[in-house]
Design a protein around this ligand. Sequence first.
Ligand code: FES
Length: 102
Amino acid sequence: MSFFEYHVFVCTNVRQDGSSCCASLGAKKARTYLKERCKELGIHGSGRVRINNAGCLDRCAQGPVLVIYPEETWYTYVDNDDLDEIITRHLQQGQVVERLKI
Ligand code: FES
């Protein structure tokens, strides 16, 4: 059995050369939002959901990106409404959010 039911890796990579990266598209705020919402909902922690920063995941052109294990489901997002949908449907209900999948 896995230590976490879902492990979410949020790319928060910063590119120093000024080219597009997940950090320039709001990824750090998104990661904080995901973590805080999961805590508020009581689903953050061992046995449930872990939210982690990640370096570049090599899908920059589709960014900002995050990936959820164990299924290895990749998502992009625009705003907190998208993140709320990922939390509710994927992390709480176990469903893939097809419209955000990449
Ligand atoms: S900077 Fe996020 S995937 Fe490369």
